[in-house]
Ligand binder design. Sequence first.
Ligand code: TYD
Length: 134
Amino acid sequence: MSVSDCRILQLPVIPDERGNLSFVEEHRHIPFEIKRVYWLYDVPGGASRGAHAHKRLQQLLIAASGSFRVTLDDGKEKRSFFLNRSYQGLLIPPGIWRELDDFSSGAVCMVLASELYDPEEYIRDYQEFLEFSR
Ligand code: TYD
């Protein structure tokens, strides 16, 4: 997988003067079954998250509130996305190193994941990641 396989998906929007609504359905708007949902919040200014890759996990990252930057790296090339729309999701296939930073105040990063949590499935060492990606 390469950073060119990472892309922004436009999710449905139901505009409403009472407040807009967006949604995601597995296999319809995203190409995987959703086994887990988690979210990052109360991120202090200047903090960064991530700094790892996954061997099998696919994810969709959504800026449910506020904004943040996601820097992706396939071992050869880097690509950066700034997420700030609640109706967009960043699709990240397996084997991509990611770092999240530049969180706005009140930002919420919601993550839809294709696998249950499994620490064995993480690559947390960058040199190991470079070997894995070759
Ligand atoms: P981690 O994925 O390393 O967070 P980040 O990459 O955003 O810095 O997870 C941080 C901690 O939370 C780690 O101890 C594992 C735990 N965790 C779970 O128990 N379940 C989960 O679904 C996730 C994502 C993390």
